[in-house]
Structures are given as structure tokens and as C-alpha cells.
Write a protein that binds this ligand. Structure first.
Ligand code: ZN
Length: 341
């Protein structure tokens, strides 16, 4: 399993390969982009290449490669939230990263630290990490992985070499799914649509659950884009909160609902602006999307996308009540639908 195991991320992988072949790895990397497109796999692959003693890293055949693949390399440390916690605490950073970064590597040329859910770092943890980032040390490479940059301090972001991972194209995603699910498995085309380019989602969700989520989001958007006087805010709020669920999983469900809304709004905008140039995710409901685009207009859709993005950041940041955020969103989205259509 080498570089070819990660599809659709050529720009990011080229940069990593350049750093490897020039021997100029940065002290810190930040891999960001949507969930399920290969960021975590790329982080592990790069970590293995950094430890590899073979000719074409990661060679897959040397002792170092073997240890990384077996999760047993003493100079590769993965940092995740402690069991039962939703955040990565400062003690963990001090113990697992800072203390170790002052020591020599055990057997490799360098120590590599991977923080897969960097958005779960608390403020205090990030401030603790800054010390390591400010005093880079040639024998230490830190790889931060996150779907969203906005939870990281600007001082952290600016000190990392940043690599943006893209949503996978329809073709790339379909090829990977066919490879992994085998012939006659799930309905690959439908999965590609519903997962909106995210392999992680496509691999772990079933078509029915995703279809149901999309149907809910479509009913919401239909009602939302109804002509003035016909849309009903109460219905909208009910539709949204049904999707959001409640309890501890409520926040997560809300994010999934908002992601689906965002993906659909994106596709509606594309049917208006660039139907030939950009692939739709939801090809199977193209006509319904185009009809909504007629009523909405491009300016309104662009504003709607911004509002959904803001709501996602609020819910993701954990500082707001998800159902209140959705309620506020209903009113602010209604304003994006032009009057008198
Ligand atoms: Zn190797």
C-alpha cells in the first residue's frame, strides 16, 4: 500500500513526495478538507515514509515500514482524545508530545506525531502545542488532521505547512467503492451521490439511511423555497428538528443534516450556474434541484450556503444549542428566498 492507495489527492501527495525527496520535511503539517477523503490515511502513509529506510519511501518492505504498519513503531505516536472524552486535553499534549519531543528518537531518524482529530484540541492544548511549533526541531514532525480549520488558533495554522484535501470526484469515488465493495455489492452510483464524495461516509453508511437523510433535507428545502405566504416557519422548524434528533447524538445528527443541506444547495447552485462544467453529486434528482434553483436565484443560494456554513461552525464549535441554531437558521434562510417569485 503506497501512494497509489490514496486517490484524487494528487496535489497534496505531490507536495509530500517533494518534501521527502528533498529531505526538507517541515516541522508541522496540517491536513484539512472534508471527512472521509483520505486525510488520515495520507497522514499514516507520510509518517511511514518519514520512518522508512528503503529506496522509495514508503517501501513497504523494510523493518520500519513493517513496524508502522503493525502500529508498533516506537517513534510514531498517535494522539486521540482519552477514552470517554470529546477533547484532547493539555496534559495529554504535554505528556505525549512535548515531553517526548525533547527526547531523541528511539530508533528512527525522527519522531512523528499524528493528531487525527486536531479540531478536538482545547485552547489550552493548542497553546501548549505552540511551544513545540515555535521551537522546531529537525527530529520531530507533527501532523495535524482536521475537517475544519476554524477551531484552530491562527498561530497554529500559520506555523504548519498546510495541505488541502479535496472532495473526491464522482469517478474516483466510484472506482474506489467498486474496488472495496466488489461487484454486485451496494448500488455504487447511488452511494456516490448520497455520500457527496466522502469515502468514509460511503463505506460506513447504508443507502437507505442516507436516502432518508436526503429526503428529509429535500422536504425542508422544498418548503423553504415555497413562494412567500406559502412557506410555513413552524413546519420548517419541525422538519429541521425532526432531522436533528435530540440528546447526545443530537449535535452529530444536526451536523449531518446541515452537511446534506449544504451539499444540496451546492448542487442547486451548480444546476443554475455551471451544469456542464461541474459534476453534481445528486444526479438522480437533477430536475427537482433545477426547479428549486429557478425559484431561489443564484444570489439567494450563495447567501443560503453561507448561512448553512455559519450554522455548521456554530454547532461544531459546541457553543450553541443545536435546535436553537436550526431555528435561527430557518428564519435566516427564509430571507434568502426572493420575494414575489
Ligand atoms: Zn520502508
Amino acid at each position: 500500500m503506497g501512494w497509489e492507495s490514496i486517490r484524487g489527492q494528487d496535489a497534496a501527495l505531490d507536495l509530500l513526495r517533494r518534501d521527502l525527496s528533498s529531505g526538507q520535511a517541515a516541522g508541522a503539517y496540517l491536513f484539512y478538507g472534508p471527512d472521509g477523503v483520505g486525510k488520515a490515511s495520507a497522514a499514516r502513509l507520510f509518517a511511514r515514509a518519514l520512518q522508512c529506510a528503503g529506496e522509495a519511501p514508503p517501501c513497504g518492505g523494510c523493518a520500519a515500514c513493517g513496524k508502522v504498519l503493525a502500529n508498533a513503531h516506537p517513534d510514531l505516536v498517535s494522539i486521540a482524545p482519552a477514552a470517554g472524552s470529546r477533547s484532547i486535553k493539555a496534559e495529554e499534549i504535554r505528556e505525549e508530545v512535548i515531553r517526548r519531543a525533547h527526547q531523541r528518537p528511539n530508533e528512527g531518524m525522527r519522531q512523528v506525531f499524528i493528531i487525527e482529530d486536531a479540531h478536538l484540541l482545547t485552547r489550552v492544548s493548542q497553546n501548549a502545542l505552540l511551544k513545540t511549533l515555535e521551537e522546531p526541531n529537525a527530529a520531530t514532525v507533527l501532523i495535524l488532521v482536521t475537517p475544519n480549520l476554524h477551531t484552530l488558533l491562527p498561530t497554529i495554522i500559520s506555523r504548519c505547512r498546510r495541505l488541502r484535501f479535496q472532495a473526491l470526484s464522482r469517478a474516483d469515488l466510484a472506482a474506489i467503492l467498486e474496488e472495496r465493495l466488489g461487484e454486485g455489492g451496494a448500488d455504487v452510483d447511488k452511494l456516490v451521490s448520497l455520500s457527496m464524495g466522502r469515502l468514509g461516509v460511503a463505506m460506513t453508511s447504508d443507502v437507505e439511511a442516507l436516502s432518508e437523510r436526503r429526503d428529509g433535507a429535500m422536504r425542508f428545502l422544498e418548503e423553504l423555497s415555497a413562494p412567500p405566504g406559502r412557506a410555513d416557519e413552524v413546519t420548517l422548524i419541525t422538519l429541521a428538528s425532526e432531522r436533528a434528533g435530540s440528546g447526545a447524538s443530537g449535535r452529530n445528527e444536526t451536523i449531518l443534516f446541515l452537511e446534506m443541506l449544504r451539499g444540496l444547495l451546492r448542487d442547486i447552485l451548480i444546476t443554475r450556474e455551471a451544469p456542464e462544467a461541474i459534476d453534481l453529486w445528486h444526479t438522480d434528482i437533477r430536475a427537482a434541484l433545477a426547479a428549486m434553483g429557478e425559484r431561489w436565484g443564484s444570489a439567494g443560494l450563495t447567501r443560503a450556503l453561507e448561512r448553512v456554513g455559519e450554522a455548521m461552525r456554530d454547532v461544531d464549535g459546541g457553543n450553541t444549542n443545536p435546535s436553537l441554531t436550526l431555528e435561527t437558521l430557518v428564519y435566516s434562510l427564509r430571507e434568502t428566498v426572493p420575494a414575489g417569485v
